[in-house]
Design a protein around this ligand. Structure first.
Ligand code: SF4
Ligand code: SF4
Length: 211
């Protein structure tokens, strides 16, 4: 695929970029993301993601039993590396699950540090688009902060889940069903700065029973 120099719209740095990031990245997702995609597509979780085993605790990893294994979930990809949900002709590629796209995709190419979003050093945007993104993020963008709130609540849920499976093994199906119930219990995700609402969300998560 060839990337031509184009006039970039500062308000929409991605427009006309052909979704390069959706082809070259392997996207790590959390359980909330998977549940949203399962519901949006009417598909089974294993049509949405593939699992990778790591033998140590890792961000977004979950256990299924008391052993060393933790499991990470990645969006399934086509043979050329493209995300399975990338659709359209080469010159007009777009996300086929835009409304339900994972948090990593909503936030990209931003990273969050000390509460402020900035252009990630790992992003692969073409230079002219990187500049537009950097300017846009420097002007303020709440998306990454909203995602951070969801990730903290997900981490809270995972701590409960991982504790429970030490008392008896569960299957991935159980995990996806349970994290779906957690998602429903939380309802509308609070803003990161709303500490009272974050506590309420955590209490709701704690009220979800195990499968
Ligand atoms: S995030 Fe970057 S690489 Fe991805 S479509 Fe937008 S400009 Fe292109
Ligand atoms: S879910 Fe959409 S935005 Fe995310 S990698 Fe796939 S096609 Fe791209």
């Amino acid at each position: 695929m060839k990337y031509l120099s184009v006039v970039v719209n500062p308000a929409e740095p991605c427009a006309g970029c052909h979704g390069r990031c959706c082809v070259e990245h392997r996207v790590n997702v959390d359980g909330f993301d998977v549940v949203r995609l399962v519901r949006a597509r009417g598909a089974a979780w294993d049509e949405i993601v593939e699992l990778e085993r790591v033998d140590h605790p890792l961000y977004l990893g979950f256990r299924l039993d008391a052993g060393a294994a933790h499991w990470l979930m990645y969006l399934r990809r086509e043979a050329n590396g493209a995300c399975r949900f990338l659709v359209g002709p080469d010159d007009a590629l777009r996300c086929g699950v835009y409304a339900a796209r994972p948090g990593a995709c909503r936030v990209y190419p931003a990273a969050l540090d000390d509460g402020r979003a900035f252009f990630s050093a790992h992003a692969i945007c073409p230079a002219e688009r990187a500049a537009a993104w950097a300017a846009r993020l420097a002007a303020g963008d709440a998306t990454a902060r909203d995602d951070e709130a969801a990730r903290r609540l997900y981490a809270h849920a995972l701590a409960r889940w991982d504790g429970a499976v030490l008392r008896g093994p569960r299957r991935v199906d159980d995990f996806v069903r349970w994290i779906g119930e957690v998602l429903d219990a939380v309802g509308v995700f609070p803003a990161l700065d709303d500490e009272a609402a974050m506590v309420v969300a955590q209490v709701r998560i704690d009220g979800v029973s195990f499968p």
